[in-house]
Write a protein that binds this ligand. Sequence first.
Ligand code: PLP
Length: 397
Amino acid sequence: MPGFERFGTEERKELQDVLDNGVLMRYGFDGMRNGHWKAKSLEVELQKTLESKHAQLVSSGTAAVSVALASAGVGAGDEVIMPTFTFVASFEAILMLGAIPVLVDIDDTLGLDARAVEAAVTEKTKAVMVVQMCGSMANMSELQVVCDTHNLVLIEDACQAIGGTYKGKPLGSVGDLGCFSFDFVKTITCGEGGAVITNNEKYYLNADHYSDHGHDHVGNDRGAETHPFLGYNFRISELHAAVGLAQIKRLSEFIAIQKKNHTILRAALSTIPEVTFRTVPEGGEESYAFLNFFLPDLESARKTIEAFKTNGVDACWHYYDNSWHYVREWEHLKTAKSLFPLSAEIKQALNTLNTASFEQSDHYIGRNISCLIKLSWTEEEVHSRAAHMVAAIKAAL
Ligand SMILES: *Cc1c(COP(=O)(O)O)cnc(C)c1O
């Protein structure tokens, strides 16, 4: 990660096709496009790669999460359970639909703790949003049991975990609906883009219509299409899809590089007895997009990230002190700072975050360091990096 490190002739060729015929729009203009349907072709590739019956491309990963929730009928007043450790997009997507984000603890997988989810279920709960952070996954079997018991939709945000698997299934295809991002820093990139995958025909048709103004996409005369329900515009362009079409074919190449680099760094860090690693649930295979490890306590984690900075070890984060990924620093969410009025129900729910205790999440995120695994490193760079990391951690302990 990220895929932009490896742009090559394939990406250029796909883009050139689109520029040559001039059709930047994914729907219609059949006569002009010389048979090039980049978005449609990418959807077919995604279906194959992600072993899913349907794939709907959208304009971003955040749009994918909103579209997935809307397609499953989640809306005003519905509660969606989500983890304390994720990206801000999770609650943005929920709030956009007028639904209520309910934040619960993560466990040593760095994903949703099924017991915490079970404890948070109320009569208003409609969906559980599991986020497969940093290339690995939550315990999906346990979460599936909770969802089945309470008849909840399981939405899987696999934006950071494309290429990982759980019990032989691609991540994103385990839940009822899976979401992906192809933004500029993801393993597979289009510049901006995203996708929703599902085996459920109704959810797919909902996603297809909803992401394009509610158009039904029946026939090939665009002006004659009807609107079975309200929608918005979350379309991807042919230019973006063209880049993604080249990139998706290189997924296994990228995962192999990530795995190789990850293995070298992990082996080096394993020589330090105080360093431990996140739990990968039984049957899980990471995408190796990140290496996550734990220090013994908050203080040693803070010292380690400082030592990384002074030793030139870049692309590592201590999310506990970061406002992008962890509840502790989400002041704008806790104080419900919105440009437009939010419902009293939502404001009340967000206010509970000011007094809620997420001790279990603090216990893991406070001690966790997360390092991006790049695709462009030479073997020499990986080994030198490993040596710098080990020296910095030892100095911080
Ligand atoms: C990147 C990301 C998103 C949002 O994707 P965009 O394409 O940037 O909107 C959502 N969830 C997670 C976990 C992400 O990492």
